[in-house]
Design a protein. Sequence first.
Length: 220
Amino acid sequence: MRKTSVLWLVAAAVLTMGSCGSRTQQVPFDNGDSAANANADPTIYGISGDATTMNVLQLITDTGDTLSFDLSDANDAGKVLGGLQSGDRMAVIPSADKGEAQMVINESTLLGDWVMPNPLDGSDEVGIRIKEGGIAESIEQPNLSYRTWRLIRGQLELVQVQEDGSGQEETFFYDIVYLGPDSLVYKDAEDTFEYTRQRAKKGYGDKIKLEDVSAEEYAF
């Protein structure tokens, strides 16, 4: 009996040690503090609703929710970019409780052909075409080929392809300084790019008529 008791105690000790060992291999529950979550894009995308005013943005999100954001701080900081027209597509950087907007970018206003005088000689206009579906194209820049664009973490991301035959892509991030009906300004750590919206040239597209937009719609 004594020998049996000793064997039982040894077996119990081994089981206990094995149990402790298995616990040390468990992966901790991800409580949201991981680096992956910390780097996640907080932007909420959707359509501006009819209840949008100068100080409140109603957003019908891509997931079907209807949210309201206070715009007081964003307006004061000049972080409401591109106007607040009902039905336009918006990108919103929310506060932690999602009650306020820290930044709003009107994606619909961002679409279009944006040009500036050629910085080399000013003889013609060069620029970028920002299209629906995340497509970007160069305007009169044979040595530069834009491929895609998107808004992420409040910045404009542009992907371009090197024209040296390698086909290698480069990704650049820009802070949008100003976005209005006819002006787009963005910058990085080194350069600032100032564009105006390109209009239809004379004698081309006679049937095309650009809708006039009052400046007051963008003065938020």
